[in-house]
Ligand binder design. Structure first.
Ligand code: PEP
Ligand code: MN
Length: 352
């Protein structure tokens, strides 16, 4: 998959997309847009016209009528406008109303049939398309959706990271699982990735922190929901911020450069590379020993998994890790991964 580098907006700083979760009335859309434009920090307006809701009975959007409102908000402010599309009909309507940018939502990018339908409807039109991650943490599905859009001839493709569904209630509405957008970036360095802290957080008070995290990970922009009266919003009321609150959030963000100006950063990176090298050597040695153990177990008819021994390793290592200032969840995940890899090596020796 070849991705062309493009600037969502011609500027060096991260792009800011903002506007209400849903378009509710012409006044609400236009007034929000004017206040956002007045901040001088918002580059693109957003509004949901067709709302994919988890449960029926919630507000499902105004539909086509609202396209005119967002278009007139664009005219009044001079800002480009964006909406979510979830099927071919949405694409036709958005194009008919000369919407500038469309995005594919998380409940749509999860379904290759829907994405293909949208891609087919976009064929021959070169409008920027942003693709949200699917609700489930499946990077291949996200990549697949991007590929379908690229194959339709769209050249200005970007990704939006909005977090992933979690099973139990937790800090976030949608778990960020930062390793997934980081892996996407590693595979496709030219891809613009925007973070949507509103849908990750589900609550206003963590938007600043998630936004800063995204900028520190070199995301190209932020999509933040804003409403003139969040308490009375018809959708996502807990996560929307007023334009004034958005102003405070944006002012607080520190934009760090990708490359340090001095050699210190280079030196530190060299040290990190050396340490990573050493870690790899150690892993390789550990697997050699695991294979020797596998041979021994094979000759003596002993099972691979020795639960008592495994518990002992976990307990001992966690205790040491705590003393070294390493977080327990990290060490536990790492140990489990190493243990699994050792079992695989033993298994290959025993069943050779
Ligand atoms: C939205 O942007 O309003 C939306 C519905 O988001 P998501 O697809 O991320 O749930
Ligand atoms: Mn929303």
């Amino acid at each position: 998959m070849e991705i062309k580098k493009w600037n969502i907006i011609d500027q060096p700083r991260p792009v800011i997309i903002s506007g209400p979760c849903s378009a509710e009335s012409e006044e609400q859309v236009v007034e929000t847009a004017q206040q956002l434009a007045g901040l001088g920090k918002v580059d693109i307006l957003r509004a949901g016209i067709w709302k994919p809701r988890t449960r029926p009975g919630s507000f499902e959007g105004v539909g086509v009528e609202a396209l005119k409102w967002i278009k007139s908000a664009g005219k009044e402010t001079g800002l480009p406008v964006s909406v979510e599309v979830a099927n071919a009909k949405h694409v036709y309507e958005a194009l008919k109303h000369q919407i500038d940018i469309v995005w594919i939502g998380a409940r749509t990018s999860v379904n290759p049939f829907s994405v293909q339908e949208i891609a087919d409807a976009l064929e021959g039109v070169d409008i920027p398309v942003l693709i949200k991650n699917p609700v489930n943490p499946d990077i291949e599905l996200w990549v697949g959706a991007i590929e379908r859009v690229l194959k339709a001839g769209i050249t200005r493709v970007g990704a939006i990271h909005r977090g992933f569904t979690r099973f139990a209630p937790g800090k976030y509405r949608n778990e960020p699982q930062w390793q997934i957008p980081i892996e996407l970036k590693r595979r496709y360095p030219e891809l613009n990735i925007i973070c949507d802290p509103s849908h990750i957080c589900g609550k206003r008070d963590c938007i600043q922190q998630v936004s800063q995290r995204a900028l520190d990970l070199d995301f190209q922009g932020l999509m933040i929901e804003s409403h003139i009266d969040p308490a009375n919003a018809l959708s996502d009321k807990d996560q929307q911020v007023t334009p004034e609150q958005l102003d405070t959030i944006l002012d607080s963000l520190v934009i760090r450069r990708m490359n340090g100006a001095n050699d210190l950063l280079g030196d530190l990176r060299t040290r990190i590379d050396q340490i990573d090298d050493e870690l790899l050597q150690l892993f390789s040695k550990r697997m050699e020993v695991a294979e020797e153990i596998g041979n021994y177990k094979k000759q003596n008819n002993i099972t691979i998994l020795q639960t008592g021994r495994w518990n002992e390793i976990i307990e001992k290592t966690m205790l040491k890790a705590g003393k070294l200032g390493l977080s327990k969840p990290f060490i536990e995940r790492m140990l489990k991964a190493i243990h699994q890899e050792s079992i695989n090596h033993q298994n290959s020796v025993m069943n050779r």
